[in-house]
Design a protein around this ligand. Structure first.
Ligand SMILES: *Cc1c(COP(=O)(O)O)cnc(C)c1O
Length: 415
């Protein structure tokens, strides 16, 4: 866990210089990959102090200087006060839910979430946490789900794969009034488009496997503490973690119970690769978002395309909100449906530049028929509730040259 140095530099300058500012080793401009499992102390009192909460390293399951350097980068991006990294985005979400919620607690979650998150919420419900899923694009639905046992609200900034945009700021205001923990999954927007702190989130989760790492060569996840939530009234924080400023307790408990007990730790090697990727997040996002806008515009005017769902198009249900909340652009994920009579599988097989693969936020443009793949297991009824059509293609637009992407659609659609 690291603290924000409050630099006034811009996004990319801050991220690129984060390693150096947090203490370069031997002048190395990249944080070295620390492979040591254990950390030794010359002074036994110092060893005991670190076990009792003083910043430092003990055993690599709870972090290394390499993961700490990446955590510092992400804290800076989010404008928060601390971050923890995990082996995957799912490990970050699991640690957050399972360490902060107890049997009988109530969680209000958006019904528009990533398929694996949907599955995780089912696991949580099976263990006795009450989960209510609502259409979080309107804060009124979230308010209506409130119960005395409600402890937390969870939404995705831009939902995967439907691109619905939750009523982010209004929900944040309401959670502040109600003293509820507000967790946003910022994976699809990234902090470059929207920081958790700006929508009054308590915690912001990012899958680092996606845009932040960005090169399809490492999986990882992170939870960032915005510092806005005062945990002193939150009953589920255990006594040993009620230490230091009360706006740090939640993340401290996630570290102790989530990393130490559950052990979904990010490796130093993956942390290094993600940190290198993170340096160019803004550049890649700028290009991918501008490609996505151009592709969405082209496809929405195409006679063989029946529907394009992209927050940058004025036809998107929450376009206005996206325009107000998101800095710069509208993300790079879109949903596309072709008109009846075109076989989706044949169409996909004709693509030459786009890659048929799950994953998103890569430098390469990826396409996936979601109902037949990642959303297959949940069944037709739940898919309908999430607004996922059988013929829907999820396209994660990369940073290729836009002419080549549009050209590939042209040839595959038989123009
Ligand atoms: C991919 C994804 C996750 C999970 O991240 P992994 O690193 O793949 O475990 C969580 N939330 C959203 C919105 C995602 O797209």
């Amino acid at each position: 866990m690291t603290t924000n140095s409050n630099s006034n530099n811009g996004f990319t300058t801050t991220v690129i210089h984060a390693d150096r500012r947090s203490g370069a080793e031997h002048g190395a401009i990249h944080k070295p990959i620390h492979t040591s499992t254990e950390y030794a102390y010359a002074d036994s009192r110092e060893l005991a102090a670190v076990f009792q909460g003083k910043p430092g390293y003990t055993y690599a399951r709870q972090g290394t200087p390499t993961t700490a350097a990446l955590e510092n980068q992400i804290t800076q991006m989010e404008g928060g006060i601390g971050t923890l990294t995990f082996a995957t985005g799912m490990a970050a979400l699991t640690a957050t839910f399972f360490t902060l919620l107890r049997q009988g607690d109530h969680l209000i979650a958006s019904q528009y979430v990533f398929g694996n998150t949907n599955s995780l919420l089912g696991t949580l419900a099976g263990l006795g946490v009450q989960v209510t899923m609502v259409d979080a694009t309107d804060v009124e639905n979230v308010k209506a789900a409130w119960r005395p046992e409600t402890r937390m609200v969870f939404v995705e900034t831009i939902a995967n794969p439907g691109t619905q945009i939750a009523d982010l700021r209004a929900i944040g205001q309401w959670c502040t009034d109600k003293k509820l923990v507000y967790v946003v999954d910022s994976t699809l927007s990234t902090p470059w488009l929207c920081r958790g702190i700006d929508v009054y989130a308590s915690l912001a989760v990012n899958s680092l496997s996606k845009y932040i790492g960005g090169h399809g060569n490492a999986v990882g996840g992170a939870v960032t503490n915005t510092g806005l939530y005062d945990w002193s009234a939150y009953a589920a924080i255990a006594q040993p973690y009620r230490k230091g400023p009360s706006n740090t307790w939640g993340l401290y408990q996630i570290k102790k119970k989530g990393l130490r007990d559950m052990g979904g730790t990010l490796s130093a090697d993956a942390a290094h690769r993600i940190a290198i990727g993170a340096e160019t997040l803004a550049l890649r996002m700028e290009r991918a978002c501008s490609n996505a806008m151009a592709l969405a515009t082209y496809l929405s005017g195409h006679p063989k395309v029946s529907k394009v769902r992209y927050p940058g198009l004025s036809s998107h249900e929450q376009h206005q909100r996206a325009d107000e909340l998101f800095q710069h652009r509208f993300g790079s994920l879109m949903g596309v449906e072709l008109i009846d009579g075109i076989d989706v599988f044949d169409f996909l097989n004709r693509l030459r530049v786009l890659i048929l693969a799950t994953h998103l936020g890569d430098t390469r443009t990826l396409v996936l028929p979601v109902a037949h793949t990642i959303y297959y297991e949940m069944g037709a009824e739940r898919r309908a509730q999430m607004g996922i059509a059988d013929s829907q293609l999820r396209i994660s637009v990369g940073i290729e040259d836009i002419e080549d992407l549009i050209g590939d659609f042209r040839q595959a659609l038989g123009d």
